[in-house]
Design a protein around this ligand. Sequence first.
Ligand code: ATP
Ligand code: MG
Length: 586
Amino acid sequence: MRMSQLFVRTLRDDPNDAEVPSHRLLVRAGYIRRAAPGIYTWLPLGLKVYRNVERIVREEMDAMGAQELQFPALLPKEPYEATNRWEEYGDGIFRVQDRKGADYLLGPTHEEMFTLVVKDLYSSYKDLPVWLYQIQTKYRDEARPRAGLMRGREFVMKDSYSFDVSDEGLDASYNAHRAAYIKTFDRLGFDYVIVKATAGAMGGSKSEEFLAKLDVGEDTFVQCAACDYAANVEAVTVPAPPAQPYDDVPAAHAEETPDTPTIDSLVALLNERYPRDDRPWAAGDTLKNVLVMLKHPDGTKEPLAIGIPGDRDVDQKRLEGQLEPIEVEPMTEEELRSFPDIVKGYIGPGVLGEEKTGIRFVVDPRIVEGTRWVTGADVHNQHAIDMVVGRDFTPDGTIEAANVRDGDACPNCAEGTLASARGIEMGHIFQLGRKYAEALDLKVLDENGKLVTVTMGSYGIGVSRAVPVIAEGNHDELGLCWPREIAPADVHIVAAGKDAALFEAAEKLSGELAAQGIEVIYDDRAGKISPGVKFKDAELIGVPTIVTVGRGLADGVVEVKDRRTGAKQDVAVAEAAAAIAAIIRG
Ligand code: ATP
Ligand code: MG
């Protein structure tokens, strides 16, 4: 690759739509260009990096024994109707029509197609297990495309699927994928954590995510300080405490609580006017009831009341994670008015519940039988005190919607507490079970000649997302610093000066390295391009080894620099090719 001819224009300034470093640098260094919101073009350097990632993913999938195939991206509607996902995906997919008006979609993920192809070709337990994968472009009309390739509307995913007859077989397939993912992500070279996940729109049971640990990520995960528990915050399940005795709790009573718009003001007033005998009231003694509207995939709406301790908030992502594919919207004033019994600001269990207003009332798992709460009295300016669960009200069920806080007890061990950090999902493995096989009628004959439904696993890797994720962990103030296996080239040679002899030497060195199969970017630009500009470009582009053929040539040496550490050494011109090859081969 000669810089004089390479299709690249580096930029001095950050693009103004880029919020995260990887996005800024990939655009500035000439790896990608935006084509439309969440849709990007790979330029030559970017394509090289992308292909390196793809190659690593493919090698590890092949090594585990999975077989590659490729489906179209343009898919018929019918299989997605059979699994109900045509509807469940809502606005999340791109739908198109052909000239006859028939519906198609651009595949957001391919469970249906894989299930059908196995059904098409296989019929016996002897054919199983089989592991199939593809590396392919997916389309999702993300509500908030962001951070360049990190959350695109067009992106590349490696998706694989396992097909087994037995549950034990599925476990083995799942574990094989887990092991292959560890190898893949170790090679790709970013910091990650494996966390417990919710299964999301796909249903199924056992599910883990591989999150790249990044502050710019949209996922929050928690880890226990004492045990190996790690979970996406969406998947944290709060252990319900045991039921509590309440014989001593006084009968519930409604009291005047004017001017208490916030939990803090309510607690202050309680302590002033209605003090407890044992200790002061705290925010966690209050029960706050939040009303939302659920929007089902078919468009119908339904109200839901969520009760959580007053010292916590509803975590929208946790709530949505529980309810997917149902969407959650705040209740509008107008919707609220259709429930005349509801008194805004003083909503309590007195009116909530399927038996009462018909609004389903679900509560945080900590709100167990015998616990005692201060909550809305369903009368303006009044709260109900000493409301005991099981005595004064009974919720319709529980829901994991309250925010998880640093310091919360670990759900897995007795001693530890949780601490949170941010990440972004790079891979997801989950046991789908028989949901898709049932919906699409994928059965095989077992040993006894009986038809049995196949059980499946589904496993994804964000191949295009890996490029910005790796870039996030491998850059400095000057530009990108790619790991060697990912870099667009092995060495970046800069001819720094005007002298013809210098260009000749650089040209010769490039040729010698290229002859050994080493990928070279050679900055052969002559004329007005100063050495300073060339060095800046080399640092920005981020190839791991930068070689300067410049002033030193008069003394018979070239300079070899490690992009990441900045360490420099002079090497005799005659030995330069061999020495650089040795560095590159480690
Ligand atoms: P996320 O939680 O980030 O939205 P997801 O749960 O929707 O991801 P899956 O359906 O499990 O993702 O897809 C498998 C992998 O594809 C993800 O682990 C992620 O690496 C990648 N991926 C998903 N959505 C996108 C996107 N919009 N842009 C780039 N990569 C994506
Ligand atoms: Mg996922």
